[in-house]
Design a protein around this ligand. Structure first.
Ligand SMILES: [Zn+2]
Ligand SMILES: [Zn+2]
Length: 363
């Protein structure tokens, strides 16, 4: 296999300003240039170049399939049994909530509080908007604290989560996307995590896609001990509130946060409407947005991944954006990135509902 050089290809490690990235990306979309699209000729593979980066964060990768870059002899992907077994145990544990003896209003309160703290602050604000996309900056201590509570959502450690999501943005809904929407709702909702999936990032790819985190010892620590934190939390809840707090505060809460987060990958690439040209299947889905603190405005997000605000129309309620505005008012959030009206205007398309049957959004 040989690679086609691009005369305009800068260093893969170059750091581009956001406006430059958008311009290059749109030019690529318009011209079908090598760095966005794989050539149909299978004997000659175009090197996708340049690698898009913001502050060292890779947005577009070096091949159309990150797991098989320049390598014809990689092993067949295997099921990920630890994830499958872990998810089965957590879902079975949550069934205990149907036993009346485990019900208590205090346990419901603990579940709701942990649901918001781990899902809203930990995943939506920190893992997604702060760490993955660097849409805003928090004081380092606050960034670490919110990353810790994100780890308590038990969706993988911050390094694994961020690398997987950056790969999703780099290869959205095409070969190389860990949860390509064309493989069906069940695949995008949960099967991609434990069934054989060559697009799930390896350790080497985690370093490549989340180098800003793998180079930080705090994130390496959080990533390594994420399952242990959950055990410690469960023990603490048991000491204070007994089994009812463990069942509702850990098992039921994890199942809720899991499925609500997964809806962003499944439902928000299928149901709803599209406001912007993105060339993928992402949609704005109001009910997912309500459940996920604003993450369901997913077509907006794929159009402007750098934006700290996902709900861009006045009626697109974005709870995490309200948190970001509050943090800014307190002097705790800075460098908040938003698309300009010109950017929005350039990518806007007529408002139209989409849904079944699957309809491709052509950029
Ligand atoms: Zn997506
Ligand atoms: Zn994202």
């Amino acid at each position: 296999m040989r690679w086609l050089p691009s005369p305009s290809c800068p260093s893969r490690h170059s750091v581009w300003p956001v406006s430059e990235l958008l311009r290059a990306r749109e030019e690529g979309a318009a011209s079908g240039s090598a760095f966005l699209y794989r050539r149909s000729d299978t004997s000659v593979k175009a090197r996708p170049c340049p690698a898009e980066t913001i502050n060292g964060m890779m947005l577009k990768a070096q091949s159309s399939n990150p797991s098989r870059e320049g390598d014809a002899d990689v092993d067949q992907p295997k099921p990920h049994w630890p994830t499958a077994i872990g998810l089965a145990i957590i879902h079975l544990g949550a069934l205990a909530a149907f036993w009346p003896g485990f019900f208590s209003w205090s346990a419901i309160g603990v579940m709701c509080a942990l649901w918001y703290v781990t899902g809203g602050i930990g995943i939506s604000l920190c893992f997604h908007r702060v760490l993955t996309h660097r849409s805003l900056r928090l004081p380092k201590a606050l960034e670490y604290l919110t990353a810790f509570v994100g780890s308590l959502a038990l969706e993988g450690g911050p390094i694994q989560w961020v690398a997987t999501h950056r790969i999703h943005h780099a290869y959205t809904d095409r070969e190389g996307d860990p949860h390509d929407a064309h493989r069906g709702l069940v695949w995008t909702h949960l099967e991609w995590m434990y069934r054989p999936n060559e697009a799930r990032p390896s350790s080497a790819q985690e370093v490549r896609y989340a180098h800003d985190l793998t180079s930080d010892p705090v994130y390496r620590f959080l990533d390594r001990f994420t399952p242990l934190f959950q055990v410690v939390l469960a023990i603490a809840l048991f000491k204070v509130g007994g089994w009812s707090w463990v069942i509702w505060g850990v098992f039921v809460r994890l199942v809720l946060v899991y499925h609500i987060t997964w809806l962003v990958n499944s439902a928000a690439h299928r149901f709803g409407y599209r406001s912007y040209k993105t060339g993928d299947e992402s949609t704005n889905c109001w009910w997912v947005a309500l459940l996920t603190w604003g993450e369901g405005w997913h077509n907006n997000h794929h159009a402007f991944p750098f934006s700290a605000r996902h709900g861009l129309r006045w009626y697109e309620f974005d709870a995490s954006w309200l948190v970001i505005k509050s943090l800014k008012a307190l002097g705790l959030a800075s460098d908040i990135k938003l698309p300009t009206p010109a950017m929005c205007g350039k990518r806007a398309i007529a408002l139209k509902p989409v849904g079944l049957p699957h309809a491709r959004n052509e950029a």
